[in-house]
Design a protein. Sequence first.
Length: 187
Amino acid sequence: MDPNYFDTAVRAMRDRGVEFAPGLTAHQVRTAEAEYGFRFPPDLCAFLEHALPLGERFPDWRSPGSEFIRDRLAWPADSMCFDIEHNTFWLPAWGPKPESMEEAHAKARQAVRSAPLLIPVFGHRYLPALPCEPGNPVFSVYQTDIIYYGLDLSSYLFAEFDVPNPFPVPDSPREIEFWSDLERLNG
């Protein structure tokens, strides 16, 4: 992505009240990736190296071991377990629902662990870590209500923060194992 686009994105987001710190250094990126066990896809990485958004709903990738980031990483599985327990959610592909809620939660958590990790971007918006290439969609994940909030990073920034998007928007989102299937359940 073009650095001029990131300058435009930062200006537009600042106009909407988002504060920024200087971008992450390559060392800080590697430290965050090692701490949390994923690699940032190149488009998200380039944005975070350009400028780091700040605020209570943004992850501070400069804070290794951050409880906020750990909570955000756990949110997709935790919120799925909430729906299993309180809203009768169960995927038929998992087989019969276990009698024990503990076993049902374990099965759901295993399914989430087997799926591409979702990287927190802002609040309950996530970008998949895999494939580790530019162009992954951004999902809104609220319990098992999972929808595309952007077909890629730039269309997400437009949808969430009204950042002008000079790039062609994909005709359809990239298919992401597990998460795209859940999104279709809501569609």
